[in-house]
Design a protein around this ligand. Structure first.
Ligand code: SAH
Length: 204
C-alpha cells in the first residue's frame, strides 16, 4: 500500500463523538498518522511485527499498522466508550486489530499486553494535565524495544532527559497537527500545532 492510499483509507476513520478535554482526546489527522506509520514501515518496524498503540482512541494508528502488514496489533484505551468507535473503524477498513480497555499507568499492563516489537502512539501532550505523556513513555519503554511517538515540537530535550539511560532518539520528523475548535477553552477555529515524530530505541 502506498503512503497516499494509506492516508485516504485512514481518512475514513470516524472521530470522537464527545471528546473529553481532560483526556486530551484529539484524533491524529490522517496525513500525520500515515506519515508516522510509513516512516515506521520503511524502518522495518511494522511488517510482520507485533505492534501496540497505547491511548489508541478511535484507533487510527493501530488500524494503519494493521493495513501495512503488522502481524498483530493491540490498541489500548482508558475510555472504554471510545473503543466502540475504534472497533467500528477497524471493521470499516477490514483491519485486524484487538482493542482492550486499560490505563497506561497500570504497572501490570505491559505483561497483560504481551510481547511487542513496536509502539506507535500519539499520547496526550500534557496540555491539560502536566506530564500526562510520561506514563506513556514509561509504558512504551517497558513494552517494546522501538517506539514511535508524536510530541509537541521542541520536546526533544525533555524526551532525552526523561529517557536518559533507558532509550535514545534515533530519528525525528517534523509535522503539523491542525485541530479544529473542539473545547470551550479553544479561542481559534483552527489551531496549528507543530509536532515531532520521534523514534526511540531502548538502550537498557
Ligand atoms: N492515539 C489516538 C488518540 C490520541 S488522543 C490517535 O492517534 O488518534 C490520546 C488518547 O489517550 C485519548 O483517547 C485518551 O482517552 C487516551 N488516554 C489518556 N490517558 C490515558 C491513560 N492513562 N491510559 C490509556 N489511555 C489514555
Amino acid at each position: 500500500m502506498k503512503l497516499k492510499q494509506l492516508e485516504i483509507a485512514l481518512q475514513r476513520c470516524a472521530g470522537y463523538t464527545r471528546p473529553k478535554a481532560s483526556l486530551e482526546q484529539y484524533q491524529t489527522p490522517a496525513p500525520l498518522a500515515a506519515r508516522l506509520l510509513y516512516d515506521a514501515l520503511m524502518h522495518g518496524d511494522i511488517e510482520g511485527k507485533r505492534v501496540i498503540d497505547p491511548g489508541c482512541g478511535t484507533g487510527i494508528l493501530a488500524i494503519g499498522a494493521a493495513l501495512l502488514g503488522a502481524e498483530a496489533v493491540l490498541g489500548i484505551e482508558i475510555d472504554e466508550r471510545v473503543l466502540e468507535t475504534a472497533r467500528a473503524n477497524a471493521d470499516l477498513l477490514t483491519a485486524d486489530v484487538t482493542f482492550i480497555a486499560g490505563d497506561v499507568k497500570d504497572g501490570s499492563l505491559p505483561a497483560r499486553a504481551g510481547a511487542c516489537d513496536t509502539i506507535v502512539m500519539n499520547p496526550p501532550f500534557g496540555a491539560q494535565n502536566a506530564h500526562a505523556d510520561r506514563p506513556f513513555i514509561d509504558f512504551a519503554l517497558a513494552a517494546a524495544p522501538v517506539t514511535y511517538g508524536i510530541f509537541n515540537a521542541g520536546s526533544i530535550p525533555f524526551v532525552e532527559a526523561y529517557t536518559a539511560g533507558r532509550a535514545r532518539i534515533t530519528d525525528k520528523t517534523g509535522g503539523r497537527f491542525s485541530i479544529k475548535r473542539t473545547f470551550a477553552f479553544h479561542t481559534r477555529d483552527v489551531q496549528e500545532i507543530e509536532v515531532e515524530i520521534l523514534r526511540l530505541e531502548r538502550t537498557a
